[in-house]
Design a protein around this ligand. Structure first.
Ligand code: ZN
Length: 171
């Protein structure tokens, strides 16, 4: 297993859509899952990483998630889709690709979601998630669609954040 470099904002690759996985059992997919798991474990307080945040060619649609707020067990969702969302609230979040130590902002997220995905054996999963897990999965599915949480902010909040990030980039 090997760690992979995490792309950092404003890398334009963060806004590219991931490619659907056709063959979950392909060795390069299995290897990538192991490598992303290794990368999640190596980062402090990393809730999850999506393949589209990694410095790799043609990232496939998959994400590795820490299933608890503490460092819990890791699991992989392949081709994840959110089928249903309800009870929206403002949730504070940050991102390993957007100045993880310096930038946080609140965005609207559903408290309850219904998810369809495959696990790393190719099994189709359909489940409901709430709270922390629902929050993380929404952030990850956005990544796979080329969307960052800061893209969801109001123009005014985004502008304020852009100024802060421009200063951080100069450092
Ligand atoms: Zn992120």
């Amino acid at each position: 297993m090997a760690k992979i470099k995490i792309l950092q904002y404003p890398d334009s690759r963060l806004h590219k859509k991931a490619i659907p996985v056709k063959d979950v059992s392909a060795p390069e997919i299995q290897q990538l899952i192991d490598d992303i798991m290794e990368t999640v474990k190596s980062c402090e307080s990393c809730a999850a990483l999506a393949a589209s945040q990694m410095d790799i060619l043609n990232p496939p649609s998959l994400t590795v998630i820490n299933n608890t707020e503490e460092n819990g067990e890791l699991f992989c969702l392949i081709n994840p889709e959110i089928l249903d969302m309800r009870d929206f609230v403002d949730m504070e979040e940050g991102c390993m690709s957007v100045f993880p130590d310096a930038i946080k902002a609140a965005v609207k997220r559903a408290k309850h979601i219904k998810v369809k995905a495959q696990d790393r054996t190719g099994k189709i999963l359909e489940f409901e998630a709430e709270g922390y897990l629902a929050h993380v999965i929404q952030h990850e599915v956005d990544h796979l669609n080329g969307i960052l949480y800061i893209d969801k902010l109001s123009p005014l909040k985004r502008e304020r954040l852009e100024k802060k990030m421009a200063k951080l980039l100069k450092k």
